[in-house]
Design a protein. Structure first.
Length: 419
């Protein structure tokens, strides 16, 4: 009996100890939230809390980037000094060393303040996570701090004229020349290829291997002799894409990430991050007014509600789907943190997000009627609605077409037979 009482007492003690630890952690996160809130108030310039109205308001940074204002530069420097441009990266690699919970609090507080992202960067969104997983310590120390500080702007060398959705068919060649590779070939749809400082690039190092093998992952400076980037004009009237040519480009061997001929594994990880990025739509960002506010302004209210009942239903469905997608993305993030991640979720988010963006852009044009078809002025002024609608179709192609994503989901998630 006495031993039983001791055991129960021990169990009770352990229970309360667990409760105390949980409360301590919760209180610690709340203290962190208050510290972040105070820091943002003290350090974010008022100009950086205004809505983004065009891509010109984004801070891509890099060697040749021209800051639009002192405030934009000050905000980047302040966030980079905390490591908060890459909040979960290790401090020694230029990051903030935050936990996933702390990083979410930071994102919530930045959103609460209406603060602009201090840095838009393929290096942060895509290359950084791949280097943390596959890179050598020397490569991490060389590249990650520069990415986090916005010193180097990166572009992605994946798609080719004959290798788009079937990316593994790429033919850009990298020949082993002893202490370096000699790269020849062409990439296309290179985002900001004419403005980037460095490129992370898929090349074929073994032409006799099956197409998913024999691919390697290289990093090299876009100022290396033999590289030419030519802008591509899109139907929307604007474009950040280029076609990129490599003619006898010398790339040092130390710029190989991972093992030679094993770059496809890295490529898949990066594609997952890209698809999550494309799918992670923020329906209230980058606009001076939301689509609901636009509808109210152009259609008007009747008895306090939007006058057109069919439009009300469409907007409500759009908002509900956006909320559901945000919750799905958060669930995927938590599962990934718990080691229960599902790689197919990137395709789910990418497909739903890009298709919703097309629907939203089409609805915006519909709300505006014939006035929304205006094409006068430059791409940042006249014709903004119709240009955005045309541009939205590119999101359903970039990172793998919607059809490709559906095939991936059918095969890997649902286990459906192939044809």
């Amino acid at each position: 009996m006495a031993l039983g009482k001791v055991a129960r007492a021990g169990q009770t003690s352990s229970f309360y100890k667990g409760e105390i630890m949980a409360l301590t952690a919760e209180n610690g996160l709340e203290d962190f939230r208050q510290d972040v809130r105070r820091w943002i108030t003290a350090n974010c310039p008022p100009e950086m809390c205004k809505p983004i109205v065009s891509e010109n308001d984004l801070c891509w940074a890099g060697r040749h980037f021209v800051f639009t204002s002192h405030a934009q530069r000050k905000w980047l420097d302040a966030m980079a000094s905390k490591g908060w441009t890459a909040p979960t990266w290790p401090v020694r690699h230029g990051g903030g060393g935050l936990s996933e919970d702390e990083a979410k609090i930071l994102a919530d507080e930045l959103d609460r303040a209406g603060a602009r992202a201090p840095l838009s960067s393929l290096g942060v969104w895509m290359l950084g996570p791949a280097l943390l997983r596959f890179g050598t310590e020397e490569q991490k120390l060389e590249h990650l701090p520069k990415i986090a500080r916005g010193e180097i702007r990166w572009c992605q060398g994946y798609s080719e004229p004959g290798a788009g959705s079937d990316l593994a068919s790429l033919r850009t060649r990298a020949e082993d020349r002893g202490d370096h590779y000699l790269v020849n070939g062409q990439k296309i749809w290179t985002s900001h290829g004419d403005k980037a400082d460095w490129i992370f690039c898929l090349v074929r190092t073994d032409f006799n291997a099956p197409k998913h093998r024999g691919i390697s992952f290289l990093l090299f400076d876009m100022q290396t002799p033999g590289i030419t980037a030519r802008p591509i004009q899109l139907i929307s009237g604007t474009s950040h894409f280029t076609e990129t040519f490599f003619d006898d480009v010398r790339v040092p061997k130390q710029n190989l990430v991972g093992l030679e001929n094993h770059g496809w594994e890295i490529a898949k990880v990066l594609l997952g991050h890209e698809r999550e990025l494309i799918g992670a739509l923020r329906f209230k960002a980058a606009e001076t007014e939301t689509i609901v506010q636009s509808a109210i302004r152009q259609i008007g209210l009747s008895n306090g509600v939007l006058a057109d009942p069919m439009l009300r239903a469409e907007l409500a469905a759009l908002e509900m789907n956006a909320a559901a997608l945000a919750l799905t993305a958060e669930r995927a993030r938590q599962e990934e943190s718990a080691g229960l991640g599902n790689a197919t979720m990137a395709s789910v988010q990418k497909y739903i997000g890009s298709e919703m963006n097309k629907r939203r852009a089409r609805l915006a044009v519909s709300i505006g009627g014939t006035d929304a078809l205006d094409w006068e002025g430059d791409a940042s002024g006249g014709g903004a609605a119709v240009r955005a609608w045309l541009r939205s179709y590119g999101g359903a192609i970039a990172g793998g077409t919607s059809e490709i994503q559906l095939n991936i989901i059918a095969k890997r998630q649902l286990g459906l037979p192939g044809t």
